[in-house]
Ligand binder design. Structure first.
Ligand code: GUN
Length: 293
C-alpha cells in the first residue's frame, strides 16, 4: 500500500511555481496576483482562504484578501466582482463558497470574468473542460488528477466510482476521470444520495473518489482489495481532547480501508493541500495568458 502524499506533492508544485516566479522577477516582470473574496465569518472558510493567501506569499505571488461582512448584499458583492474583473493587476480571483443564504451563488459565479475564474466554476470553463478544451479546471478534482499523474497511476479502462455529485468536486471529477487523456480513460460511475445499494457499486471499483462529507463513511467492507482510494472529505468532528476542539476527518475509515487499498490519500495531508497547489497553478495560467511570459 502506498500513501499518496498530497502535502509533499503540493510542496513540489509550489516549489516549481516559486522557481518560475523567481525567473519572472529576474526578467523584470511582475509576479502573478491572486485575489480571494470571503463573505462572512465561517471558520472553515476563513482557514481555507488564509491558507490560500499564505501559499501565495510563500511562492512570491501577489495576493489580496477581500473580507466582507456577513450582511453584505448581493449587489455589493457583484460590484466587488466587477471591480476585480476590471482590475488589470489581478490575474485571477475566487469567491470562497459557501456564500451566506441571502446571496444567489449562481448569479455570483456567472458574474466572474471566465478569464479570471481560476476556480473553474463559470459555465464557460466548465463547458470547455467537458469538451476537452483548455480551461481552468476546478482545483480539487484537478489536484486529484495531478496526484494520479505524479504517482504514475494508470487508470485507463478501470472502473472509477465517484461518491457525490457536487458542482465543485464530484461532477467535474467524473468528467476528468473519463476524459480521453492520461490520466483518464476510466469507466466512471457517478453515485449520489439517491443511489441504491452503493456498497455493491463501490465494491466493484478499481478507484473510489469519495466527496460526500460524511466522516468515516467508506468502510473496509465496501472496497475491493487493491483499490485506489481518494478521500476528499474534510469534516470538522468535535473532539475536546484536541487543542482546536475538533479533528479534521475524512470520508474514509482510513485504518480499515488502508489494509485493502493499493494507494490511499490520508486526511489531512492528501487532497486538501493539492487543491491549493492547483489554484496557484491556475493563477499562473491566467497570468501567462495575458502577461508576456
Ligand atoms: N469552498 C470549498 N472548496 C472551494 C473551492 O475550491 N473554491 C471556492 N471558491 N470555494 C470553495
Amino acid at each position: 500500500m502506498t500513501i499518496l502524499d498530497g502535502k509533499q506533492t503540493a510542496n513540489d508544485i509550489k516549489t516549481e511555481l516559486a522557481v518560475r516566479v523567481d525567473q519572472l522577477i529576474l526578467q523584470g516582470k511582475r509576479s502573478p496576483h491572486l485575489a480571494a473574496v470571503l463573505v462572512g465569518n465561517d471558520g472553515a472558510s476563513l482557514t481555507y482562504v488564509g491558507s490560500k493567501v499564505r501559499s501565495c506569499e510563500r511562492i512570491g505571488y501577489e495576493s489580496t484578501l477581500i473580507q466582507l461582512p456577513e450582511e453584505t448584499t448581493e449587489a455589493e458583492l457583484l460590484q466587488q466582482i466587477d471591480r476585480l474583473n476590471a482590475n488589470a493587476a489581478v490575474d485571477g480571483f475566487i469567491v470562497q463558497l459557501p456564500l451566506p443564504k441571502h446571496i444567489d451563488e449562481e448569479k455570483v459565479l456567472m458574474a466572474i470574468d471566465p478569464d479570471k475564474d481560476v476556480d473553474g466554476f463559470h459555465p464557460t470553463n466548465f463547458g470547455k473542460m467537458a469538451l476537452d478544451m483548455e480551461s481552468f479546471i476546478p482545483a480539487t478534482p484537478y489536484g486529484i488528477m495531478e496526484l494520479l499523474r505524479r504517482y504514475q497511476i494508470d487508470i485507463s479502462g478501470k472502473h472509477a466510482v465517484v461518491i457525490g455529485r457536487s458542482h465543485i468536486v464530484g461532477r467535474p471529477m467524473s468528467i476528468l476521470l473519463s476524459r480521453k487523456s492520461s490520466p483518464g480513460n476510466a469507466t466512471v460511475t457517478l453515485t449520489h444520495s439517491r443511489t441504491k445499494n452503493l456498497a455493491a457499486i463501490t465494491k466493484e471499483a478499481d478507484i473510489v473518489v469519495s466527496a460526500l462529507g460524511v466522516p468515516n463513511f467508506l468502510k473496509g467492507n465496501m472496497v475491493k482489495k487493491g483499490a485506489i482510494i481518494i478521500d476528499v472529505g474534510i469534516t470538522r468532528v468535535p473532539d475536546s481532547s484536541h487543542p482546536k476542539g475538533y479533528v479534521i476527518t475524512g470520508d474514509v475509515d482510513y485504518e480499515r480501508v488502508k489494509e485493502k487499498a493499493s494507494f490511499i490519500t490520508p486526511v489531512p495531508g492528501g487532497v486538501g493541500p493539492m487543491t491549493i497547489a492547483m489554484l496557484l497553478q491556475n493563477t499562473y495560467l491566467a497570468y501567462s495568458r495575458h502577461a508576456d511570459v
